[in-house]
Design a protein. Sequence first.
Length: 267
Amino acid sequence: MNPETSTTSTTSTTSTTSTPTAASKVLRTTFPAAVPATGFVRATRELLAPHGFHAANSLPLIATCRDELAVTITARVQDAWGAGFNMAGLAGMFVLGRTGILAASGHAPVEDGVRRFVLVALPHIGIDAHGVIGNVERPGVPGVSHTCGALMALHDELRGDNAPTGDYPFLDVADPEQGMLRDRIPPFLPQGELPDLAGLTRIVRDVITADTHKVITVLREGSAQPAHVAVFTGIHINGPGGSEFVEPGQCYLDLGADQPQIDLVID
């Protein structure tokens, strides 16, 4: 998303020279575990193949930001896993609620008596050619553009100590998804200084990761068959020239309440 009036990017990395290595240096230092987006998506298939997951028997559940810059990675996931159920909200938050998750629970194919789901949940952030975190290049858009605009707007509100948090449930009828961010994120902030934009994005990633367990519970509640659910969280990074990376977060396979959770490591 793209609120051109946001000022958050001025508090992030401030390299003033655009070089081929400026963005890559910031990527390495700020997101040291990041891998190319193509490698991230390929790893989801390679890691799950030994567990019986393949495109014909699995339903991808995709929670990326609504931003058009998230379309490419969403398409990559669907190229790998087939048409996906749209879980997307601002900043990649799950906003479809219980009814939406219950709908998805019956859409996965059944093979060997099991439904399989591949849940990919990725908030995103930009790095421009100068290495400025939060800035991004959009074809045909003049001036500086930003991402994730929803998180930058929240960061600006929190930095100004005027975010209207805690005054209502997440449903603000005039701004429901941003209202959810205002309601859900502040309780997870550390005491003291406000994290920078990268730090705030990691907090959002962690909130989304915690919510994946709730999603799994509802998926199983709505399905007559056992549900095997693979989860891949992380941060989607939009770099210069359309480059894309993912810093993997928590990735795991949940085969059921009576089975140990299997960690899936992307490196």
